[in-house]
Design a protein around this ligand. Sequence first.
Ligand code: SF4
Length: 506
Amino acid sequence: MKIIVLEHPRIRSGLRFNDIANTPLWSCLMGGYVASALKAAGHEVCFIDCTVNGWDFPKAADEITAFSPALLAVNCVYMWEKTGAIFSFFQNLRSAGFKGHINLFGFYPTLAYRTILRFRGEVDTISVGECEITVKELASCLESFGRAGEIAGLAHWSGEGIHMAGPRSPHRDPDLFNLPLRADGGFRTASILGSRGCYNHCSFCPVPSFYNQGPLWRGRSPENILLEMKSLISTGIRDFYFADPNFIGPGKKGKERTLRLMELIRPLQITFGMETRPEDLDEEIMESLVSSGFTSMLLGVESGSKTLLSRLSKGSTLNNSERAISLCRSFGIEPEIGFLMFVPDSTLSDLSENLEFLRKNNLLNRLDRTANLFSHNHIVLMGTSGYQRYEKEGRLIPAGYLGFEGEIEYADERVGWIQDVVVFACHHVLRQSGFVDSPIHWRKPQEQGPAKWVNDYLVKMFERLLKNAESLKTLDEPEMVKKDIEMEINREIWESPFKNKGFEPT
Ligand code: SF4
């Protein structure tokens, strides 16, 4: 049967351009995994990856119409305020006479399947949860009977409500998935998935909900990962990024598996990066990682406040975070930090603790990092446990496309006020650092010269706002405060180079 698996065009958000919380990183391989499963089942599969070939929606529509597949399976990714463009695209396809079955899979449709099916009639079915086997069974049903059957994990709108023949249980053995198809983009770094899921259940994270509402971590065997890496190396790849939500698995077994994997990849002489929880790192693992080519790390720290760590169900401690940061540094790795500066339940003292934590751990000395650390909020996505809790507490106002995000009123309005102003300031800085001729362009040194002055300005501004909010009875009009701050930042960017004649921006 003719099938198109589509990675649809991604439109960058103008408002949330520095937020990567719209989808977990491993989304980038999901279309390839589904395409590979369908191909192995004997279907005629065309895998279109618009994130690689750069096609826009009209171009993708032309190709789909020309190929005329019986099934269009789409890895549907939430694009903040631009998400409606995906559904307009389906609507346009239908209006142009496309009669194929449209199935969505991936994180966003899994978390929002009820609302999407209810309001978007162009979509026939949604594969909820782990998708490879569900889409494969759907294709087989369509081929045999011309319609979708009763398939675990496959949801549709029956006219009266949502129907799904039971949940799809995640496959026990991730080695049994076919290796993902990849569009040839001439990239130097390849994303790779070494494990699936996570054993924790942070209240803001879509990963546990995706895997059937339960904590679950499954690692591929080191030998199976090696096989894929070798095949990618044969195409010229020398750098890898593990897109796993949680690279090092739980407990003793997780550690042993990581050590074995490192032993296998050490002789390959490659470089790689990954993301993990602070408590999973120890000296032995670090030594083994670094001696196998490990160069970059994202640590999910999330908060500098003990109270908030527990409120976010992070299952981690401040000590663990601090120990992991200094352990990385002792091995020459400067970790990037996942951090939620503003959480709807934050108090002013939580913000002080966050600031103190970042300062104490030397995380506020590089402009690009400071601006990101200061500006990340707790984003409340449909289907996560945080969304459900706020909804139950009556504090959630549906926002975003079809209510996929929850807008939560801050428990302390002063925290909401600081968040509003600080995020504005950081976004202004990040936008400015995108201009090539800006003295703080992100390719220019971020720890000296104009970038340093702007960095120091942001830190002082944060302290000042915090202090003011603690003492003020009424808060100043935020738009006025933002105007002043914008002027001050611009002054730092454009006038500060003259403060120090010795510094020449490169
Ligand atoms: S540790 Fe928390 S944030 Fe990270 S993948 Fe697991 S559940 Fe998600």
